[in-house]
Design a protein. Structure first.
Length: 405
């Protein structure tokens, strides 16, 4: 499950997009857009005259029919005796008839593998894109964000464990086919659809179909992922994405085994592959006290990023908050985050950020040549933008990113 930016949006905060008539009310965490998903395309905007967090959350009947959500999986190999081998993530689960893989959202029916979460949306929001966090991709815009249940790892610090560590039938959901998501994103003036909250790897088929529907309507797709994926599936699914944020949980194999229930190398391979595919990418490293907060690890991470993906890929060091199975640990001290940034800066990385600490100067974007502040942020809000034509407005230094739609 990917770590989600901890900063909470104020449900009373209104943000009027420039040149648009709609006023956005930033929702509380995972307040589902039930009315919009159930309503027809015409007239559903009126559903949200009230704040989003005032809408009742979930009213799905018990024992809902799985048929609308069951679609043949795209990444698997058939084996003798009606078994299959999943080729989606590095686990390569071998699954017998009537059984499921590790993620719990894919099931073998007589030798054919099916995803059970296509269009099965259990959470949706209209979020600031900074919440993902993307700092160099369409700053100040809103993303229509969604998730299905399930995950292919089990991070002990997961914020959204109630959906990521559940089977689909355990979590109330709404039927939201790809075209409907594209329509809603357009109605709410969201230039992007974001696949986030749980782990998009495990709903790759839905992600791909929704990205196609969005692109047909002029809406981009972005993904927030753990990157724990096989190469063929990564290229096919994330090849449809316009931007990718990867949660690099640690730079230690033992941490991945003990805290994440995964492996480090496949994630590093995914980052290198995505960079080679010319995808806009940002990397987030959640700093967990006593577990992955050593200077050596920070330095090795920064050197690896510089060597394999370059100095211009944004790297976010974010503050840990006690959740799920790590409630015994403290919040990450700000000096630890500052030390991580200092080390990465010293290794030559150009865009190193501190996340989950609203108001910290390291939330802002600075020109690596002249040092002027170019993008000022306060939590999830962009308060000043001084990048013009993708360059510093003071010295003309190109600033990598997608700054304008």
């Amino acid at each position: 499950m990917s770590s989600v930016h901890n900063a909470r949006a104020d449900p009373k905060l209104e943000k009027r997009q420039k040149g648009q008539s709609a006023t956005w009310l930033l929702p509380d965490r995972r307040c589902f857009l039930r009315g919009a998903l159930c309503a027809g395309a015409a007239g559903s905007l009126q559903t949200f005259a009230q704040p989003l967090n005032a809408i009742p959350v979930w009213a799905s009947p018990q024992g809902q029919d799985d048929a609308p959500f069951t679609v043949e999986a795209r990444f698997y190999q058939k084996l003798p005796n009606r078994k299959i081998k999943c080729k989606l993530c590095p686990r390569e689960c071998t699954v017998g008839d009537k059984e499921r893989g590790y993620c719990g959202v894919r099931e073998n029916h007589g030798g054919t593998y099916y995803t059970l979460v296509h269009s099965r949306v259990c959470a949706a929001h209209i979020d600031p894109i900074e919440k993902k966090p993307f700092f160099h991709y369409l700053p100040g815009t809103m993303a229509f964000s969604l998730a299905t249940a399930g995950c292919n790892v089990n991070c002990k610090f997961c914020q959204n464990w109630d959906i990521s560590q559940s089977r689909p039938e355990e979590v109330p959901a709404q039927y939201a086919p790809p075209q409907r998501i594209a329509e809603l994103a357009g109605q709410y003036h969201c230039p992007t659809i974001a696949y986030t909250y749980s782990e998009p790897v495990i709903f790759s088929e839905y992600l791909m179909d929704t990205a196609d529907a969005g692109h047909a309507a002029g809406i981009r797709s972005i993904v927030v992922s753990n990157g724990y994926m096989q190469d063929e599936a990564l290229r096919a699914a994330y090849g449809k994405m316009d931007a990718v944020k990867i949660d690099l949980k640690s730079f230690s194999e033992s941490y991945y085994r003990q805290v994440v229930s995964g492996q480090l190398k496949p994630v590093l391979d995914s980052i290198v592959t995505l960079h080679g595919m010319d995808k806009w990418m940002e990397i987030v490293y959640l700093v967990v006290p006593t577990l992955n907060d050593g200077d050596t690890e920070f330095r090795d991470l920064a050197r690896w990023v510089k060597t394999y993906v370059g100095v211009d890929v944004p790297l976010h060091f974010t503050q840990f908050h006690p959740e799920y199975l790590l409630k015994n640990l403290p919040i990450t001290p700000v000096p630890t985050l500052e030390r991580a940034k200092q080390i990465a800066d010293a290794e030559g990385l150009h865009y190193v950020y501190i996340g989950n600490v609203p108001g910290h100067p390291a939330e802002n974007t600075y020109c690596p040549k002249c040092g002027h502040m170019l993008v000022q942020r306060m939590g999830l809000e962009v308060t000043q933008m001084l990048i013009r034509r993708n360059a510093c407005s003071f010295c003309g230094q190109p600033i990598p990113g997608i700054w304008h739609a």
